[in-house]
Design a protein around this ligand. Structure first.
Ligand code: ADP
Ligand code: PMV
Ligand code: MG
Length: 397
């Protein structure tokens, strides 16, 4: 019974969220916080999903999922989303009252409908995903979940071995993860799944080759989860409504947001700029980007509170991800003392916020073949740090 672990990181968007949906450049890096999956075939034709982060435990009969006939471009996904299949699965999983569970289950079954082979369609499988990321907080948990799913189903069904290079395999994972992100978000830019698949720190523009931004890894951030729940799909749809209502106002704002990423790249390219100067200008760009996002309507009083607290300590913060709640990032300049960081954290935690410190720009997605099958119960009790991704895992950047 083949068994695999897969793993994929979350991401932090430094500059350019929302604007990236409109084809503008954005800057992002992978996080040390990751999701992990156990997947293995069964023998009784059942699909059992255990997703503790969204409190979902469900079984379905694999034969109830309408398998899709071979399509053009196989094994890469078809060009358009299959809305009939999406509608069918939404009715079938019948979880409309629980958006997070419903999105997660539909994404899983949508990928299964395309990627199952005759064998796995009759055997069924167990799948469990656990994450160190806060769900629905702007750190790309949906992309990390999507990349984990895509890697797991592609590996279990033998599609990865049909491609000869690691780069092609990562592209296949990324494209299927993008399909799952579409199920969850509606209209994602693709930045989150790309960063989660490839890892590293990049400048991203829809449809173009991504560009590494190595300077990003030398920066230190504090991430603050306001714990205010929000949905990326809703925030993205709200910005779209504003853009459709006032295109002549909103479009220049999106262009200005793009210029922030370009200015950031120029800062890193200026060899004669002292580090202190670089960090100070960088902080100014953080401020400007937040101001533009707030003008687009995606801030929240809790995010403004993070800015107020950090600003009193001389630090610059902005919302990160879709906003409307979720996380903010605070730039920790080199001259900021550990005492100052501790004091800021204390003030933020006193508001009920959660502070997260993690590395940026680490490894992307990976898969590991297990020598012996594991039960889901064993996987659920594992210490996730024992699954730390090492270069022994396959498909690493
Ligand atoms: N660990 C997980 N297990 C199951 N589903 C997940 C997990 N992480 C994310 N998701 C799915 O992604 C959705 C959150 O996505 P989104 O609103 O884009 O927030 P985020 O900013 O965290 O990506 C959840 O509602 C759920 O459907
Ligand atoms: C707002 C957006 O730019 C990023 C969303 O990130 P998250 O799901 O909030 O982690 C949307 C997108 O790029 O698809
Ligand atoms: Mg998301």
């Amino acid at each position: 019974m083949p068994s695999y672990y897969t793993s994929a990181p979350g991401k932090v968007i430094l500059f350019g969220e929302h604007a990236v949906v409109y084809g503008k450049v954005a800057t992002a890096g992978s996080l040390g916080l990751r999701s992990y999956t156990l997947v293995q075939t069964r023998t009784d034709g059942t699909i059992e999903a255990n997703l503790p982060d969204v409190q979902l435990v469900r079984t379905w009969k694999s034969s109830d999922i309408p398998r899709q006939a071979r399509w053009e471009g196989y094994p890469f996904p078809p060009a358009a989303m299959n809305t009939d299949l999406l509608d069918h699965l939404a009715q079938f999983v019948d979880l409309a009252a629980h958006r997070n569970q419903s999105q997660a289950a539909i994404a899983l079954l949508y990928l299964h409908a395309y990627l199952a082979t005759d064998d796995t369609a009759t055997q069924g499988f167990d799948l469990s995903v656990r994450s160190n990321l806060p769900v629905g907080a702007g750190l790309g948990s949906s992309a990390s979940y999507s990349v984990c799913l895509a890697t797991a189903l592609l590996k279990m069904n033998g599609h990865l071995s049909s491609l000869s290079t690691g780069a092609e395999q990562r592209e296949l994972v990324n494209q299927w993860a993008f399909q799952a992100e579409k199920v969850i978000h509606g209209n994602p830019s693709g930045i989150d799944n790309t960063v989660s698949t490839l890892g590293g720190a990049v400048m991203f523009k829809k449809g173009e080759k991504i560009e590494p931004l190595p300077g990003f890894q030398s920066l230190r951030f504090l991430l603050t989860n306001t714990r205010v729940p929000r949905s990326t799909q809703v925030q993205v749809a709200n910005v779209r409504k504003l853009q459709e209502k006032f295109p002549s106002v909103v479009n220049p704002m999106l262009d200005a947001i793009q210029e922030i990423s370009i200015s950031c790249k120029e800062l890193f390219g200026q060899d004669d700029l002292e580090r202190a100067q670089l960090l100070s200008r960088f902080g100014e760009l953080v401020d400007v980007n937040h101001g533009l996002l707030a003008a687009l309507g995606v801030s929240h009083p809790a995010l403004e509170k993070v800015r107020e607290i950090s600003s009193k300590m001389g630090l610059k913060s902005k919302l990160t991800g879709a906003g409307g709640g979720g996380c903010a990032l605070t730039l920790i300049r080199d001259d900021v003392t550990p005492e100052t960081v501790a004091a800021v954290k204390q003030l933020l935690e006193a508001e009920g916020f959660q502070c997260l410190e993690t590395q940026v720009g680490g490894p992307g997605a990976g898969v590991q073949t297990l020598e012996a099958p594991k039960t889901i119960a064993e996987f659920l009790t594992l210490d996730l740090t024992s699954l730390e991704v090492t270069p022994n895992w396959d498909y690493m950047v």
